[in-house]
Design a protein around this ligand. Structure first.
Ligand SMILES: [Zn+2]
Ligand SMILES: [Zn+2]
Ligand SMILES: [Zn+2]
Ligand SMILES: [Zn+2]
Length: 158
């Protein structure tokens, strides 16, 4: 009678995954569903770009907001090396005010340390301070105009 080798090889039992894993959350809004990691900085973020409607200009996509409206996303898209926080190319690519806005707005995981100071931008017509990062405005040469004055000019056909 041939000797039968025991076919039973003792295998180490798969260890059960610990359920104490930290829950991934979108670093911007805190949601825990449908997350993906940002290509630029590897943070968890909502995988919500498909919610974005073309030409709606809605800023309702965490993923898109981070990519389009932060230095981190810009820096990555431009393929510049190193850390966006001390990247001189980024610094040169924007008006100081936009640079600060893109580096410190709510779409950032990490705010720009020591943002440079800048003179507030004022409307050439009414003198109102325009926050370039958030307020609607138009630019003509080196003159900025608030939405209100832009509309007025359009109506007057100037
Ligand atoms: Zn989110
Ligand atoms: Zn990023
Ligand atoms: Zn850069
Ligand atoms: Zn104005």
């Amino acid at each position: 009678m041939p000797q039968r080798k025991s076919s039973k090889v003792s295998q180490p039992r798969p260890t059960k995954e610990t359920s104490a894993k930290p829950i991934a959350r979108c670093g911007l809004c805190g949601k825990t569903k449908n997350l993906t990691k940002t290509e630029c900085c590897g943070n968890w973020i909502c995988d919500d770009e498909h919610n974005y409607q073309l030409f709606s200009y809605a800023r309702n996509s965490c993923n898109r907001n981070h990519r389009r409206y932060t230095l981190c996303g810009y820096h990555f898209n431009e393929g510049q090396g190193g850390d966006w926080k001390d990247c001189l190319k980024c610094r040169d690519s924007f008006e100081t005010e936009m640079y600060v806005s893109y580096g410190t707005n709510e779409f950032n995981f990490e705010a720009l340390p020591d943002p440079p100071t800048y003179e507030p931008t004022k409307c050439a017509d009414c003198g109102k301070v325009i926050a370039l990062g958030t307020d609607g405005h138009s630019v003509l040469g080196d003159e900025y105009r608030c939405d209100h004055c832009t509309a007025k000019r359009m109506q007057e056909g100037r």
